[in-house]
Write a protein that binds this ligand. Sequence first.
Ligand SMILES: [Zn+2]
Length: 424
Amino acid sequence: MHPSEQIVRVMSRIYAKGMTTTSGGNLSLLDAEGDLWITPSRVDKGTLTVDDVVRVRRDGSVDGKHKPSSEFPFHLAILKARPDLRAVVHAHVPALSAFAVTRRVPDTLVLPQARFVCGPVASSPYVLPGSDALGEAIAAQFLRGADCVAMENHGFVFGGTTLQQGFERMETLEYTARLIVGAETLGGCAPLSEAEYAESRRPNNLLPEFTASTPSAREQELRRQLCAFALRGYEQGMMIATEGSLSVRLDAGSALFTPSGKDRSTLTPEDIVLVRDGRREAGKLPSRACLNHLAIYRAHPWVGAVFNALPPHTTAFSIARSAHLTTRIIPESHILLRDVGVLPYAQQYGDGAAVAAAVSTSQPVLLFRNNGAITVGGSVLEAFDRMEVLENTAKVLLAAKPLGGALAIDDQGIATMTKAFLGV
Ligand SMILES: [Zn+2]
């Protein structure tokens, strides 16, 4: 894709997600000739077109109908300091801006995927916007190896080897910032240690390969279903480009998985990975959660689909030092979710046996410490619905906090309700 087309596409995604205002934020991308493509100064970010993007040639001459972004000096300084980077993304993203104005940085060790995508976050002091001094201050942090840098009392800036990577770092860090704010209202976060984080990087999805034959009509339908629900999960804010996975059972020995390392909002049926008898479809990598899902399918024939997601309110409970995500506050929540189990972090990266053992018909939902939640169901729709209800329950609990805290239905009420609706 042409650099200006990439810039327009990413900028519209940022604007649509409420991550920038019409006047704030700027993106740049270096092409193979060493020319820099950058968003223009003082142009509506909500209606940006390819003709608005400005090209700054290597010799400093400018092509385009507008002036380049006024933050052009720091884009150039970052790319000069770090020749491995080709793209810079900057915006005044709301939750991250809360960190910028309190002069704090989000600790990416609250979630393994956040650490993997963003690395440790650095911070640079307040300097006048648009000045060369600002460029020097930020570039100094990138030079030390950071890819995500807080600009005190201003915003955040991200580097990437591609524009997509810069965007993913911003989206992931903004999401992490929202979780931390949620967890702070629950009494504070419990980040992982470096050693615990290292556990998550063991390659557990490198299964042996096999050559798949032409998919049946049912398999094709299920592949489409996974893509549609992944996009829906993304649009509902339960997944982000870099996090969340879905799988569906195909038959006794096989299941279909969303892939590892691909943008969850743009999956196509060909991206979906078939795993059969412990082998993966040649040339594709299933989600890193595949061992957990496969163990659940083996142990529980009634499970037809598994959903791993990190919806923000639920995940605030997952990263909080001590917080109980009770479902005993609303009948629908308790009937659909029952009591939510909690899986310790150390049990998430094994062969899946611990996860499968924790799942049962009376415990179809687990909160993963520092990793969101997992829901199971007879179909993709049922697993998806449980995740939505879980997120809604967590949202209610958090919103009830400043009102004095949610009050639970008593044991007698719970017993009568489960008997009336579930017959148990
Ligand atoms: Zn700015």
